[in-house]
Ligand binder design. Structure first.
Ligand SMILES: Cc1ncc(COP(=O)(O)O)c(C=O)c1O
Length: 387
């Protein structure tokens, strides 16, 4: 069992070789011994579900975020569904979501039985626009068919959404805020960490996320311990504490001991990894900031830099130049959700102009803790050269 007080040290960086979009191998090389020890402990005790690692992880995540309770679940998608079921969100309810996000946010709303209402995003932060949120709530009220129930802001690319502004809108209309923090674990607003910025928050530990398992996993966070108890029941088929009686509808949404073990080991280096991501982002900013409008920095909203994403009118030209230079990049997200086949029935008639423009402009550059300064320079040189 790895119980080191000190995080394993960085032992050499991978040099200025091929640039990875994210680099799980370099990370694994650092923590391999600890992960193997943790996995061996699970094999030894044999409690593959609900082993001691789960409670240890939930406590460690509470300590890291400052949340009063954390409930580990099987994926980020499950955390969204469980959060909505726990609040009784379902048929007849309008759940407001940004159109620029991964499809899981909207799938979860539909799987919970509610109706998604797409909201436009801000051109500077790429996050849900609180002014358009108010407009869309008014539209739902006027229409009268649905009850405005919940907003699910997404902390896109790692940057926390504007919870203070959204709080005002939500208060005015009696809406609940449920943060989809799948991409922002480790981010913060002032002194408050992601996980505590909304009454309910969810995250994903998909392997490519800032804190990733070696399989699927996710978690819910709250300041209200009563919510945690409901989530624990839903993730275990809706049973009571003794697991004898079904007291509500639930399903198998459990986080297994192996994934918890991996996450515990990775958590030991996570604070240092966040600092490295922030350092690389600052270097990108310095190189690109004169030529490209960057999302606001130093505003108190601290991104976890799950991704380093910029908006460029010349996106496709830059993308081609990066490809020619063998540098990986990604157009997250090249299509707003309201334009996708499965969600088109919920598209607002008048469209969402900012989301639609950003679909042609967003570009995510290589971002992970194990980049070198020279690699960031090489990416920046190609981007600037193609403008
Ligand atoms: C914004 C967002 N929400 C939800 C999810 C779903 O998480 P998972 O893949 O763990 O189900 C993801 C990631 O995949 C995501 O990026």
């Amino acid at each position: 069992m790895s119980n080191k007080a000190e995080a394993p040290k960085l032992t050499g960086t991978p040099g200025d070789g091929p640039i990875q979009f994210m680099d799980l191998r370099a990370q694994q090389a650092r923590i391999r011994d600890g992960v193997e020890a943790r996995l061996k402990a699970v094999l030894d005790h044999g409690r593959y579900i609900n082993g001691p690692e789960l409670t240890e992880l939930e406590e460690a995540l509470c300590a890291f975020t400052g949340a009063a309770d954390c409930v580990g679940v099987a994926s980020g998608t499950d955390s969204l569904i469980i959060g909505m079921l726990g609040e009784g969100v379902g048929q007849g309810d309008a759940v407001f979501v940004p159109s620029v996000t991964y499809n899981a946010t909207v799938n979860a709303v539909l799987l919970a039985g509610a109706t998604p209402v797409f909201v436009d995003v801000r051109p500077d932060t790429f996050n849900i626009d609180p002014a358009d949120l108010a407009a869309k709530i008014e539209g739902v009220l006027e229409d009268g068919a649905l009850k405005p129930r919940m907003v699910i802001p997404v902390d896109l690319f790692g940057l926390p959404a504007d919870y203070p502004k959204m709080g005002k809108v939500a208060n005015e209309y009696g809406l609940q805020i449920f943060a989809d923090a799948a991409q922002s674990f480790g981010g913060s607003l002032g002194n408050a960490r992601v996980g505590t910025l909304a009454p309910l928050s969810s995250t994903s530990f998909f392997p490519g996320k800032g804190l990733g398992a070696y399989g699927d996993a996710g978690a819910l966070f709250t300041m209200d311990k009563a919510k945690g108890e409901v989530w624990r029941s839903i993730r275990w088929h809706g049973t009571d504490e003794a697991r004898q009686e079904s007291v509500r509808v639930g399903f198998n949404g459990r986080l297994d001991s192996m994934q918890a073990a991996v996450l515990l080991e990775k958590l030991s280096i996570f604070p240092e990894e966040l600092e490295l991501r922030a350092k690389h982002a600052t270097h990108y900013d310095t190189r690109l900031g004169d030529k490209i409008d960057l999302p606001p920095r130093n505003s108190g909203f601290q991104s976890s830099f799950g991704y380093y994403t910029i908006a460029l009118a010349a996106r496709d030209k830059v993308r081609a130049a990066l490809k020619a230079a063998d540098i990986p990049c990604a157009a997250y997200y090249a299509q707003p959700l309201h334009k996708m086949k499965a969600f088109a029935p919920y598209a607002p008639e008048q469209g969402l102009p900012v989301a639609e423009r950003l679909a042609d402009e967003l570009l995510s550059l290589p971002m992970h803790p194990y980049l070198t300064e020279g690699q960031v320079d090489r990416v920046a040189d190609v981007v600037l050269g193609a403008l």
